[in-house]
Design a protein around this ligand. Sequence first.
Ligand code: FES
Length: 160
Amino acid sequence: MGTHARFDPATASAIVAERKASPGALLPILHALQDAFGYVDRAAIPLIAEALNLSRADVHGAISFYHDFRAAPPGRHVLKLCRAEACQARGCEAVVERLADAHGIAPGATTPDGALTVEGVYCLGNCALGPAALFDGEPLGRLDAAAIDALVERASGGSA
Ligand code: FES
C-alpha cells in the first residue's frame, strides 16, 4: 500500500470528466477514484452527481451498496478477510475473533496507528484453502490465530 495520492479535488474532477460520457460511468468513476486515492472522498460526491446528472444520494447509495468502495482512507496495509460460507465452515470467524480480542480490530476498521485496515469480503476464489485472505493483494490461506498475530505484527512493524 502507500501508493495512493492524497485526495485533491482537481485530480478528482479530471477523473470524473474523463469518464463521464461513457455509458454506465458511475462505477468506473468510483473505481478510478478509489484506485487513485485509496477511497472515495466525500468531496467527490457532488462532482460526480453533477457530471452524471444524479442526486448526491444516488452516488452515496452506490458507494455504500458496493462493498468494494471505501469512504475513508485505508491504512498502510489492507487485510481482506473472506467471510463467505466455505471460509466460515473452515473457521474464519475464529480469525475475526482473534483480531478483535487480541488486537482490537474489527472488519471495516483501521488501527489507530494507521498501519492496518481489515475488511470483510465475500469469496476470494480460494475456498479450498480457507480461511482465506488477501494481505496487500497477496493471497493467504489456512489462517489461524498465529498467522493473524504474525500479520498484525508485520503490518505495524513493516514499512508501508
Ligand atoms: S468462501 Fe472464502 S475464498 Fe471462497
